[in-house]
Design a binder for this molecule. Structure first.
Ligand code: SAM
Length: 184
C-alpha cells in the first residue's frame, strides 16, 4: 500500500481568465481536508501558500485546535488538524516527503481533463501496490496552474456526475477522491 498525502495549493493556480493567481486560505478548506485525510488514514495535509502572513494564519488555526482552547473544547478535532503541514511551495512538500526515502509521485486533480488522464479505478489499483509515496494535489481558484499539471506523474480523471456540470468545491472533490482511492 502506498503512502498517500494531500496538498492544497494556493499558488500557482489560475483565475477566471486562466491567468496565474494566488488565492487566500479558506479556514473551512483546512478543516475539511484535514478531517477527510484523518478519516482515510493519511499522515500529511500540506497547505501550500507563498505568503508568510497566510502561513502564520494557518499555523495559528492549527495550534488552536491541536494544543489550544479548541483542543480542550473538541479534543477529537486535534487528530485531524495535527496532520496539517504549512509550506511555502509545492517543492517544499515534496522535499518533506522525500526525507524518508523515495520522492513522491505527483498526482493532480481537476474538473476538466488536461491531456491524458487516469481513471480512479486504475489509480486505486496503483495505490494498493508497493511503490513511492503519492502526493495528491488539489487546487483553489479556478484550478491548478498548467505548470503543476505538466509535472504530474498522473492526472486523475475529472469527477463526473449527471451531465457536464462538475465544478465541485475542493472540499467535496477531496472527500470523493479519497473515498474512491482508499475507501472501503
Ligand atoms: N475549474 C477548476 C478545475 O479545473 O479544477 C475548478 C476549481 S475547484 C474550485 C478547486 C479544485 O477542486 C480543483 O483544482 C480540483 O483540485 C478540485 N475539483 C473541483 N471539481 C473537480 C472535479 N469535478 N473533479 C476533480 N477535481 C475537482
Amino acid at each position: 500500500m502506498r503512502q498517500v498525502s494531500i496538498a492544497l495549493v494556493h499558488f500557482p493556480v489560475v483565475g477566471r481568465q486562466g491567468e496565474p493567481i494566488t488565492t487566500a486560505v479558506t479556514n473551512l478548506d483546512v478543516h475539511d481536508l484535514s478531517r477527510s485525510a484523518r478519516t482515510f488514514g493519511l499522515q500529511n495535509v500540506f497547505i501550500v501558500h507563498p505568503v508568510e502572513a497566510q502561513r502564520t494564519l494557518i499555523e495559528r488555526v492549527r495550534e488552536h485546535w491541536v494544543t489550544g482552547s479548541g483542543a480542550r473544547r473538541i479534543p477529537g478535532r486535534a487528530d485531524a488538524l495535527r496532520l496539517v503541514r504549512v509550506v511555502p511551495t509545492l517543492e517544499s512538500a515534496v522535499s518533506e516527503l522525500s526525507v524518508s526515502g523515495e520522492a513522491p509521485e505527483l498526482w493532480t486533480t481537476a474538473a476538466q481533463a488536461h491531456g491524458e488522464v487516469c481513471s480512479y479505478a486504475e489509480a486505486r489499483a496503483r495505490v494498493a501496490t508497493e511503490g513511492p509515496p503519492v502526493l495528491l494535489i488539489f487546487g483553489t481558484g479556478w484550478g491548478l496552474a498548467p505548470s503543476i499539471l505538466a509535472q504530474a506523474s498522473l492526472r486523475l480523471e475529472p469527477i463526473r456526475g449527471a451531465g457536464p456540470w462538475n465544478h465541485l468545491s475542493v472540499r467535496a472533490a477531496c472527500a470523493i477522491s479519497l473515498d474512491r482511492l482508499l475507501g472501503g
